[in-house]
Design a protein around this ligand. Structure first.
Ligand code: AVI
Length: 321
């Protein structure tokens, strides 16, 4: 039977004990309040993110695609024949297809993603488009320790792929930790890493405050999700999207701002918001090319070529593991 739209008390209690519920309770109890951006990506959040990538103001996706189209041949030559491609996340089929099309007989594609459903979708699409390619999904949280299957007999080097500047959503310590584990996983191969660059604040501001309000809907969807999954009572009209560039910290910050003094319920507890108080929902760090290379080096990579666009909005880095 289908569940009704109003959850029972037991269902709400169970939901409150989920990772999302536990983390939201902790966030509401602390000051300042902050949540991990990973909770944006339920079905609706993933759809909204796809819509963000199409927005005129959101330059990273189309810029990175143009860089990848231009450098794919050189990437293929560098990694050599029969490579195995390991993608961290599985949300960028268009991007990995640019690489696969340029490769000399890629041996295997290993997308690592925490969402089994999303992985299945990517896997099916790629199998249909590349019948000769072995596609082996790995359901795991790539921010934690991951074990990869042994290399296929006769395969060449491993190429890690982490596009989209998702590295910018990690804290500096998390980014270093991620790169250290990636260097371990890819030893003898390389990582192709996409990173958004520091630029004029107004350009950054526009990318996270689009005219159509899609980024605002993406941010507020966190509260929609909390209401649906955890039985919270966030008043969606009493919170507003706020995104700004914090120049000294080189990051876009996204917050949900309380527009009045109000209380919100979660799992039998009430949490007060003052007018103007925020729930910090995301950081999106921006990098200098030199800063990113230095970080990669500290993590155990040997930085190689960097490709960028004529406006120097975005960068793609070759990091030898
Ligand atoms: C997924 N990530 C790299 C995006 C970013 O730009 O930090 C998420 C996003 N947040 C708001 N717009 C897009």
């Amino acid at each position: 039977t289908e569940s009704t739209s109003t959850p029972t008390e037991t269902e709400t209690q169970a939901a409150a004990e989920s990772a999302f519920g536990v983390d939201l309770q902790a966030a509401l109890a602390e000051r300042p309040r902050s949540m991990s951006p990973k909770y944006f990506y339920d079905d609706q959040g993933s759809r909204l993110f796809d819509a963000i990538c199409e927005l005129p103001e959101y330059y990273p996706t189309r810029t990175e695609l143009s860089i990848l189209a231009a450098c794919a041949g050189e990437v293929a030559a560098r990694i050599g024949p029969r490579p195995e491609i390991v993608e961290f996340g599985a949300g960028s089929l268009r991007k990995v297809r640019l690489l696969l099309d340029a490769m000399q007989a890629p041996a295997r594609y290993l997308p690592i993603d925490i969402s089994g459903d999303y992985l299945q979708h990517s896997v099916q699409a790629l199998r249909a488009a590349y019948p000769a390619l072995e596609v082996q999904p790995v359901v795991a949280d790539y921010t934690q320790h991951v074990r990869l299957p042994a290399p296929l007999a006769g395969s060449g080097r491993r190429l890690g792929f982490f596009p989209g500047s998702t590295i910018g959503n990690f804290s500096p310590a998390e980014a270093l930790h991620f790169l250290q584990s990636a260097a371990g996983l890819l030893r003898g191969g390389a990582l192709l890493l996409g990173a958004d660059l520091i630029k004029q604040p107004d350009r950054l501001h526009a990318a996270y405050n689009d005219a159509q309000g899609v980024t605002a809907a993406f941010n507020l969807n966190l509260l929609v999700r909390a209401n649906r999954e955890l039985g919270c009572d966030f008043d969606l009209d009493a919170f507003a999207h706020s995104a700004f560039y914090n120049a000294p910290l080189r990051r876009i910050e996204m917050h949900l701002v309380s527009l009045c003094r109000q209380a919100v319920r979660l799992a039998g507890q009430s949490y007060e918001f003052e007018e103007g108080e925020t729930l910090h929902t995301e950081n999106s760090y921006k990098f200098s090319i030199a800063g990113l290379r230095e970080l990669a080096q500290r993590a155990g990579f040997r930085p190689g070529p960097v490709w960028t666009d004529p406006e120097r909005l975005f960068s793609v880095h070759w990091l030898e593991a």
